[in-house]
Write a new protein. Structure first.
Ligand code: OVV
Length: 402
């Protein structure tokens, strides 16, 4: 006679400033724990961190649901702060219907059409940055690129778009715990949400953008008009901060690894691979959530129905069981086929080809124009819950001659 072993548990707090300042050491401890899934005492949630276990959870949408919400909040038990996303926070079969619409709106043909304007914008911003001398690359360069090209491609009008960043902070901060910081942030929620929802309406969008392509599916009867509005909201929620932070972190990787920068600078055609490696090594999306739909036996560990599971894709990207020398940033590494930075399974990032296009275009332009990247001050990470990203990256570029 014996009872099941007590689950492995941990006091680590993945939302604490200490953890967020350096998640990679605690990731190692979690991966090396004696079980493939670990109970986090502070939040009463499970966490997976090994590559194989992360893939197993993400590939198992029948038991690990998205309908319980994209963050720590459990929508099976509590009311969401905004209407749940029609793509992120639903399961198949509903999910396929909305996913198909976004897939078509973000088609390869569309990406090919926008590439030249992305390139022109990257060229102009990088030229300006080189001319300025020392600058804070986050506000003065990196933020401006996705904040220009992505809403332009969606078909939003040109105006001060900073409410998009405020909204993104709420959406991604809202995936973490309710703290005084979060409650303070949410004081602007009504005003910022109203600003966003206005821009998601059909009449606010140009006739030839990604937004209009989504509304065309409403005209075709594939989705309701109101669903089109919410799918545009998904683009505005997930489409700007994610790439800003990933491009910012990739830029820091290159600045801190001059030998890798030299390889890229001499081969601008490697820009896509450099961004791909940064998306493994240090990406804006470090974690996501699933919620169990039933009691689950996960590789011998017993989970109960409606429990939250933190899926640490950032830890999976550093798993030595999957990646040789995982803590080396190496732009020659072949990452794409096993990339986990965009998630995996039915919910893997629907706009990942757009994200890759932005990264490729940005770093190819940088490689063509810049000789040296000099860090002129300390890089500063945001330590509040939300995406991983930099608030500051003081840098000086020197222009390539010939
Ligand atoms: C992947 C993601 C992140 C944040 C928001 C959404 C999706 C959304 O669909 O609203």
């Amino acid at each position: 006679m014996h009872s099941a072993a007590a689950p492995v548990n941990s006091d680590l707090d993945p939302f604490s400033p200490e953890f967020r300042a350096d998640p990679f050491e605690p990731y190692t401890r979690l991966r090396e724990a004696a079980a493939p899934i670990v109970w986090l005492n502070k939040y009463s949630i499970w966490a997976v961190s090994r590559y194989q276990a992360v893939r197993a959870v993400l590939d198992d949408w029948r038991r690990f649901s998205n309908a319980g919400g994209g963050g720590l909040a459990n929508y099976f038990l509590e009311k969401p702060w905004r209407r749940p996303s029609l793509i992120l926070e639903v399961d198949p079969p509903e999910h396929q219907r909305t996913r198909r619409v976004l897939m078509q709106a973000l088609s390869a043909h569309r990406l090919q059409q926008v590439r030249v304007t992305f390139e022109a914008q990257a060229d102009a911003l990088i030229d300006e940055a080189i001319e300025r001398g020392a600058l804070d690359a986050i506000p003065d360069l990196v933020q401006r690129f996705p904040l220009t090209v992505f809403p332009d491609a969606v078909g939003m009008r040109r105006e001060d778009r900073s409410p998009m960043l405020a909204y993104g902070a709420m959406v991604f901060g809202g995936f973490g715990p309710v703290t005084p910081w979060y409650q303070d942030l949410m004081k602007q929620a009504d005003a910022v949400s109203a600003w966003i929802m206005e821009r998601c309406q059909r009449q606010a969008l140009s006739a030839d953008g990604i937004g209009a392509a989504i509304y065309a599916h409403a005209d075709a009867g594939d989705i309701e008009e109101g669903e089109a509005t919410l799918l545009v909201r998904s683009l505005l929620s997930a489409g700007v901060d994610t790439t800003i932070d990933s491009i910012g972190l990739c830029l820091r990787c290159l600045a801190e690894h001059p030998e890798q920068w030299a390889v890229l600078r001499d081969n601008p055609g490697m820009a896509r691979r450099a961004f791909e490696e940064a998306t493994r090594f240090d990406s804006s999306s470090q974690s996501l959530f699933r919620t169990t739909l039933e009691d689950v036996d996960f590789q011998g560990v017993q989970l109960k129905k409606h429990q939250k599971v933190l899926v640490l894709i950032g830890a999976a990207g550093r798993d030595p069981a999957k990646w040789p020398q995982p803590d080396r940033f190496d732009i020659q590494r072949r990452v794409t086929a096993s990339q986990i930075g965009y998630g995996a399974g039915v919910h893997s990032c629907v706009a990942q080809m757009m994200a890759r296009l932005e990264g490729e275009v940005f770093f190819a332009a940088l490689a063509r124009k810049v000789q040296d990247i000099e860090l002129v001050g300390p890089a500063v990470l945001r330590l509040q819950p939300g995406l991983r990203g930099l608030s500051s990256l003081p840098i000086r570029f020197t222009r390539k001659t010939i």
